[in-house]
Ligand binder design. Structure first.
Ligand code: ZN
Ligand code: ZN
Length: 233
């Protein structure tokens, strides 16, 4: 299983050095996207990866996690690509319908569920509830060889996520601040280090302005993701 980080920034990120949340997970011929924030569609185009995935799993309906999707759907239509399978907690459908009603020729095969799950070839994807300011899920991706846990946006400790840790080879977790942002439903760099100390850990969803201090705090204990980073599991 191979991960490509397409967007690793968070709400207050400035400019284009860090686009919004998105990770491409590839296993053999199967490709899934976890979230597709603003700019992820551009990163895919720049990296020649627009045809590398068949499904998108959205963690929640905050804009920084799906705002790259509408532009990508237009590209799919223009270039006659197959319809994209999109799984999301409830709420995404009405947004896409409104965009379509406003004159945009976009189509998806949409699954809205409280706990979205699906399988593509040998790759199983399932979800557990997160602990965020709106309803959100975390995703587990398992290709029969390796298992990835992606937190989406959540504060920690979040029991459903922590319960899922057994058997996970790599945790990709949000880190929206340095010390404490739990009142906004987010996790700090320090908390992520504390709660996932025994695991191989990659931090993402990082505002650009805290990156230097985050690197100091992390030392060698985790990887701080940047756009374009590739990790083989
Ligand atoms: Zn959010
Ligand atoms: Zn977010």
């Amino acid at each position: 299983m191979e991960l490509t980080f397409l967007g690793t920034g968070a709400g207050a990120t400035l400019g284009s050095s860090r686009f919004r949340s998105s990770i491409l997970v590839a296993s053999g011929a199967v490709g899934v996207l976890l979230d597709m924030g603003a700019g992820a569609n551009l990163r895919l185009e720049d990296m020649g990866l627009t045809k590398s995935f068949q499904a998108l799993f959205v963690t929640h309906t905050h804009l920084d996690h799906f705002n790259g999707l509408p532009d990508h759907l237009v590209l799919r239509k223009i270039t006659a690509m197959p319809k994209l399978f999109v799984a999301s907690p409830p709420g995404l459908g009405p947004v896409l319908s409104a965009m379509k009603a406003a004159g945009n020729d976009i189509e998806v095969e949409l699954l809205e569920a409280d706990l979205p799950r699906s399988s593509l070839g040998d790759v199983e994807v399932w979800s557990v509830p997160g602990c965020h300011s709106i309803y959100s899920v975390a995703y587990v991706v398992d290709d029969g060889k390796k298992r990835l846990l992606y937190s989406g946006d959540t504060r920690e400790p979040c029991e459903p996520i922590l319960r899922e840790l057994k058997g996970v080879d790599l945790v990709v977790h949000e880190s929206s601040c340095l010390e404490d942002c739990s009142r906004w439903g987010h996790t700090s760099v320090q908390e992520a280090l504390n709660f996932f100390s025994g695991k191989r850990l990659v931090l993402t969803h990082i505002p650009s302005q805290i990156v230097k201090e985050a690197e100091q705090l992390v030392g060698g204990k985790a990887i701080i993701a940047r756009d374009g980073l590739m990790i083989r599991m």
